[in-house]
Each structure stands twice: as structure tokens, then as C-alpha cells.
Design a protein around this ligand. Structure first.
Ligand SMILES: *Cc1c(COP(=O)(O)O)cnc(C)c1O
Length: 494
């Protein structure tokens, strides 16, 4: 299988090259040459498989080059004790819908589903390509991705990971998760500035040819672990097949019958993975794209106009506070009949005017498959309370946005197609706002909130969170925006 750039100006590459490179030289994203098919019998057979074998079925369909390595890799990523449940991504009934829980990994957010796998795909790519250089993963994070990358790449031979987060711009729990990170190949620095400053600084380093030549001479190459890397997308496709197989087994859906999915969306990676699953044969009827108050995608789906010229809001679901949703580009490529010229023009408009308008046919195709809707913080909080009251389950604010959107969609549309609502973080990662929704957080610090949540929910606090109370702080570097490259240099000579 070859991988093409969405802008069609770069040559096709192998899966290993796509994963090592991250982004195509023409600025596009790598997409598979075609969608491999998973037959209905194969989907049915997944019901009896453990999660790692389900993932292996999906990954090997795209990454034929890796076929001999994949069973071992999937077992290492999803096998014994990386996740706190043997099901890895369990589906639970929640009244009139099913909930897919993607937060049972070491960092308590769905990023683990991909970032537990990506290091294996990356080292596999190094072997396949005969690379002997050390791969340096550079990450700018607004919270969840940085920790998941650190945890995924920690002590993986031949790799190093460097994470920049905005000083004062992440939640107390997120900061503590990062500064206590263990491992011999991990580096963390706070940047004086906001997330955009950190992200811009990282992009500058990626674009600095002199810097890259200098570290190459020392046997090091840069790579990225953010969600535009195809190696992050493909492990996410797997859990939609897995969820369907579980729903069939539980009698929540008949084999072959369509389901709807409702996904809390930021960068569009998670919901795009569901759309990929459909192209591969999974019967999905509608894709509900759930946004918070940063509802650029809602408007895009409803009007065909992507317009990022709008106010940016900080919400209680920070991982969805995003206006430029990068994985949309992969969907555009398909909606524009794989015309890379057209995608390139739209992306140029986005970078120059922060806005573009879809051709009419593409806009129609988008609206036919996707439902765009959003929920503000108050609505999400009310949904957390409703679900807790009616089902005794505590949702995190991101999952609550999706749940609220589905509740409203179902009431308004009367569409009773079996639905899967995707839950992306443990409520313990956002203890304070969750607690405010179901009780009160008055007078409590972060850990106090988590204790109270444990008492109310009856769900034991995840071990990685409990451990934060006693883990030593190992990373105290703080730098200015202008010093990020020098900081990388200093880390690399350590
Ligand atoms: C990253 C993230 C999202 C958004 O996922 P995308 O793939 O970027 O759309 C939603 N919820 C949580 C908790 C996340 O960490």
C-alpha cells in the first residue's frame, strides 16, 4: 500500500516513510492509496478476539509492509497491563445509547489508543527504512498529547521525546503528569507564552534546515507525534470495529445493521477514523460531529464554509478548543474526488484568509453524512448531572459534549438507529469541573476534588493519578519562546 499527499505535489511513499515523515514535503497529509476492505465475516470474527488481535486485523490492512511485526507490536501496545481493563476499549450501555470508553490507558485520555502504538510503528519504520539515526519526537502540547507521547515513547530504544507546554496554560493535573514523567529518553520544558507560541516555536524548529543538518551530523532526525501522522490515525480506526463487534456480541445491534457514531471533536482525528472505518466496510449511517463553543466545525458541516475568523473560547473541554482542525484536510481530499490541486487551493485560502468555501458537490456530500452540532459548558455540565443521576456514570466534560449533542439529536430527529457515543477522557482528569456539575468543589484542591469524585462515583481513582501525589518532580526547565531551539540543543547533548 502506498500513501499519497492530500496536495498531490509530493511523490507517493511507503507506510514506513509516511510514519517517519509525519507530514508530506508539499505540506499535505498522507492518505492511503485506497481503503482496504474488512469483510462482514471478519468483523463478526472480531467478537471472539482480544483487542490486540482486532487492532492487528485493521492495522495490517493498511500496513502490509509491517505484517510480520504487527502481531507482536499490537500485543506490546494493547496486551497485558498497559490499559487498566483487559478489554482496552470497553463499550457500556448508557440508557438509549452505547458508550465507547477510550480512556483506560496510562494517561487517562483517548490519545493513548494511538500513542501506545505509534512508538512501535515508528521503530518498525526505522528498521524497514534502515535508519540508524536516533528519532527525536518533538511535541507542542495543550495538555493531553504531550503526556501521552511521553508515556508512549518512554525508554523506547532509538527514540527521544521532547515536549513543550505553555507555562501556566495547562491544568494542574496535566502539568503534574508531565513534570513527574519518568524514563531515560524524555525531556519536558515549559514555554513562557501560550499554546500557539509553543506550537509556532516547534514548527520553526521543524522548518530550520540548518538546525536539522546540525543534529543529523550527530545522528539525530526530527519526527512528530501529532495527530496529522498517519501512524496516529490508523490505530484509531481499529476501535470502531472493536466497538461494533462488542455491540453485536452484547445484542445491542444486529450483525450487519447500521449504527450512528457521535464523537467529541477537536482536530477531527477521532471522527475521521470512524469515517475511514466506514470506507473499509463498517456499517455506519451518520457521523455526529460534536463541538464545544468553538463550533467552527458545526458551521462548516451546515454551510460548507470553513471560517476560523471568530472568537476563541476557553471551555471546560480544553482538548476541543481548536479553530484550525487539521485532519479535515484528509476528508476534503475524498470529498473533492482526490483532487490534490483543489485541496491545495482550499488549504492556501485557509492559511491566508483563515476561511474557505467548499465546492457545492463536496458541501452536499459532507452534509449527507455528517451532522454538525455543539454544546456549551452549561449544557455539558447539565448532561454530566443527568447521566450521573439516571445511570450512576460520571462523564468527563469532553464526553459530556458528545452525550449532550446526541441527546438533543435523538429527541429532535427521532432517529433511533443504535448509537455509539465516544468517551475520550476519564472524569478524574477534569475532577474539578466534573465535581462542580454533580456536587460542589468548594474548598477543595485538585486531589480533594478527586477524592470526593471517588466517593460519589464509586469508580476507583486510576492508579496513575493516585501516583501523582508522591512522584518526584523531574522536569523544571522553563524557557522563553526564542530559546526553544537552544533548549532542544541542550537536551540533545545531555
Ligand atoms: C484530543 C481530544 C479530543 C479531540 O480529538 P480529535 O481527534 O482532535 O478530534 C477530545 N477529547 C479529548 C479528551 C482529547 O484529549
Amino acid at each position: 500500500m502506498l500513501f499519497y499527499s492530500t496536495r498531490s505535489q509530493s511523490a507517493p511513499v511507503s507506510g514506513a516513510q509516511a510514519i517517519l515523515g509525519g507530514i508530506a514535503p508539499d505540506g499535505g497529509l498522507y492518505v492511503p492509496e485506497r481503503f482496504p476492505q474488512i469483510a462482514p465475516e471478519q468483523i463478526a470474527a472480531m467478537s471472539a478476539m482480544p483487542y490486540d488481535q482486532r487492532a492487528c486485523t485493521v492495522l495490517s490492512a493498511f500496513l502490509d509492509q509491517y505484517s510480520r511485526m504487527l502481531p507482536g507490536m499490537c500485543q506490546a501496545a494493547y496486551g497485558a497491563d498497559r490499559f487498566d481493563t483487559p478489554q482496552v476499549a470497553p463499550v457500556i450501555p448508557l440508557g438509549d445509547r452505547q458508550a465507547l470508553e477510550l480512556f483506560h490507558g496510562p494517561t487517562l485520555a483517548f490519545k493513548d489508543m494511538a500513542l501506545q502504538m505509534l512508538p512501535h510503528l515508528m521503530t518498525g519504520a526505522m528498521q524497514l527504512e534502515g535508519t540508524t539515526d536516533e528519532v527525536v519526537i518533538l511535541v507542542a502540547t495543550s495538555g493531553d498529547t504531550g503526556k501521552a507521547a511521553l508515556e508512549g515513547f518512554k525508554d523506547v530504544a532509538g527514540t527521544r521525546v521532547i515536549v513543550f507546554y505553555p507555562d501556566g496554560g495547562v491544568s494542574p493535573a496535566q502539568k503534574l503528569q508531565m513534570v513527574t514523567q519518568q524514563g531515560g529518553n524524555v525531556h519536558v520544558a515549559a514555554v513562557r507564552g501560550n499554546f500557539d507560541d509553543a506550537q509556532t516555536g516547534v514548527k520553526k524548529i521543524f522548518a530550520d534546515d540548518a538546525f536539522k543538518a546540525r543534529i543529523k551530523a550527530r545522528g539525530k532526525v526530527l519526527s512528530s507525534a501529532n495527530s496529522i501522522n498517519f501512524g496516529r490515525l490508523v490505530p484509531q480506526v481499529a476501535y470502531y470495529f472493536s466497538a461494533y463487534a462488542d455491540m453485536v456480541r452484547a445484542g445491542a445491534i444486529q450483525q450487519g445493521a447500521p449504527m450512528n457514531v457521535c464523537v467529541p471533536t477537536g482536530n477531527f482525528g477521532n471522527i475521521l477514523a470512524a469515517w475511514y472505518a466506514k470506507q473499509m466496510g463498517l456499517p455506519i449511517a451518520r457521523f455526529l460531529c460534536a463541538s464545544n463553543k468553538n463550533n467552527v466545525l458545526t458551521d462548516f458541516i451546515n454551510t460548507g464554509v470553513y471560517d476560523a475568523n471568530r472568537d476563541f473560547y476557553k471551555t471546560t473541554s480544553p482538548s476541543m478548543d481548536i479553530l484550525i482542525s487539521s485532519n479535515v484536510e484528509r476528508l476534503l481530499f475524498e470529498l473533492c474526488s482526490r483532487d490534490g490541486q483543489q485541496v491545495g487551493a482550499l488549504m492556501q485560502a485557509l492559511s491566508q484568509q483563515r476561511k474557505y468555501t467548499l465546492p457545492a458537490q463536496a458541501a452536499q456530500a459532507l452534509k449527507a453524512q455528517f451532522v454538525g452540532a455543539w454544546a456549551d459548558d452549561e449544557t455539558a455540565a447539565a448532561e454530566i448531572q443527568r447521566v450521573y443521576r439516571e445511570h450512576g456514570v460520571v462523564l468527563d466534560p469532553h464526553s459530556a459534549v458528545a452525550s449532550a449533542v446526541y441527546t438533543r439529536y435523538r429527541a429532535q430527529s427521532g432517529d433511533e438507529t443504535p448509537a455509539l457515543v465516544v468517551c475520550t477522557a476519564s472524569p478524574y482528569k477534569f475532577s474539578r469541573s466534573v465535581l462542580c456539575a454533580i456536587d460542589s468543589a468548594q474548598g477543595l484542591d485538585e486531589f480533594g476534588c478527586a477524592d470526593r469524585l471517588e466517593a460519589l462515583s464509586g469508580v476507583p481513582m486510576p492508579a496513575p493519578l493516585r501516583a501523582l501525589r508522591t512522584l518526584p518532580v523531574r522536569h523544571q526547565t522553563v524557557c522563553d519562546r526564542q530559546q526553544m531551539e537552544a533548549t532542544v540543543d541542550a537536551f540533545l547533548t545531555k
